[in-house]
Design a binder for this molecule. Structure first.
Ligand code: 13P
Ligand code: SF4
Length: 336
């Protein structure tokens, strides 16, 4: 079969890295990747970041094509902020359990039942739920944005009850929580974490706020993916236990080869249950095909896009900062 047939055909014999580089130049494309992507994708991306930085980057780029190596809500955010650009996602099935936990019809009914509340919504949701929200937050911007809302403002927080619960405990705010969870961060085991901590008593624990409270209660640091990377860099500890999706350890090992990073364990102590199955759908082969064929492509109805853009614009204004702030910086310089 012809090597150019793609899925169903064979890509054997192609130097995928070289072909992706060629297509990136031909298409004037920028490749944006989240820290949970496979190492080989992180290594070829023009920019690797957390949800907030990837949103800022998508808005600021002058590329014609954004190849988004992350999950669908991230690529949708790029399209909402940069509608004139072609946004491709290597696998359109790359969803998110938090998005799935919050169907727009149910969220609309919940909002209607609480008309005196505003909706502060985690970016891990569909464009339709963004369109029903007042302000979007990411894990790196949530606390800062919450602190700008009047103390007596009633607030719905969805869809992540763990991030919402963490914010409520930390700030003392009374948030009305939507009951969604991330299947990946829910899978960490407190028992196994304590066994690991007993083995490495001097190793601090850094955790993402999508983890349940029983895990966060043991953490020395709680923060977004970029925050955890900053913590890894600044802690004097030589060994760090990392309670988030383990592909982030790739960036840590690259930046800090002398330190030792251990992924926090799941229930059987040795499972792969903390690998995000949605993020893992993106592969080099699918990225190559997406750049070659400019599909799968994100398309969003213009009315919906404008509604969703309002809550994202509110986030970008309230979060402040600039592209690249708070992460380890671009993997390559765009346009290289
Ligand atoms: P960050 O914004 O911290 O990168 O988190 C995104 C995410 O999906 C975590 O599961
Ligand atoms: Fe969604 Fe969890 Fe995967 Fe992040 S790690 S994309 S929250 S399922």
């Amino acid at each position: 079969m012809d090597a150019r047939n793609g899925i169903g055909g064979t890509l054997t014999g192609l130097d995928l890295r070289a072909e992706i580089d060629r297509l990136r130049k031909e298409r004037n494309a920028v490749i944006l990747a989240h820290y949970y992507q496979r190492p080989e994708i992180q290594d070829l991306a023009d920019f690797v970041g957390d949800s907030l930085d990837l949103s800022r980057k998508a808005q600021a780029t002058d590329a014609d094509v954004i190849a988004f190596c992350g999950v669908r809500f991230m690529a949708e955010t790029a399209k909402i902020l940069s509608p004139q650009k072609t946004v491709i996602l290597p696998d359109m099935d790359a969803g998110c359990s938090l998005e799935d936990s919050c169907p727009p019809e149910d969220f609309a009914a919940f909002r209607a039942a609480h008309p005196d509340h505003i909706a502060l919504t985690y970016i891990n949701c569909s464009a339709a739920v963004k369109g029903l929200s007042d302000v979007i937050v990411t894990s790196s911007s949530a606390e800062k944005i919450l602190s700008q809302l009047p103390a007596d403002q009633k607030i719905i927080f969805g869809p992540d009850r763990n991030l919402g619960g963490y914010l409520a405990r930390k700030t003392g705010r009374d948030l009305l929580l939507w009951p969604g969870v991330c299947i990946v961060h829910e899978a960490f085991s407190e028992t196994e974490l304590l066994k690991l901590k007993a083995q490495y008593p001097d190793a601090p624990i850094a955790a993402h706020p999508e983890c349940p409270a029983v895990i966060l209660d043991h953490a020395d640091y709680v923060g977004s993916t970029s925050g955890i990377l900053d913590y890894a860099r600044t802690t004097p500890a030589q060994t760090l236990i990392v309670a988030t999706e383990p592909h982030i350890i790739h960036q840590m090992e690259k930046a800090m080869p002398d330190k030792h990073f251990i992924g926090a364990p799941g229930a059987d102590g040795n499972c792969n249950c903390n690998i995000c199955p949605y993020m893992a759908l993106n592969t080099m082969e699918k990225l190559y095909i997406a750049l070659r064929d400019l599909t799968p492509r994100i398309e969003i109805d213009e009315d919906l896009r404008l509604r969703a853009k309002k809550s994202l614009d509110a986030m970008l204004a309230m979060a402040g900062g600039t592209v690249g702030q708070g992460d380890l910086g671009p993997a390559r310089v765009t346009g290289d």
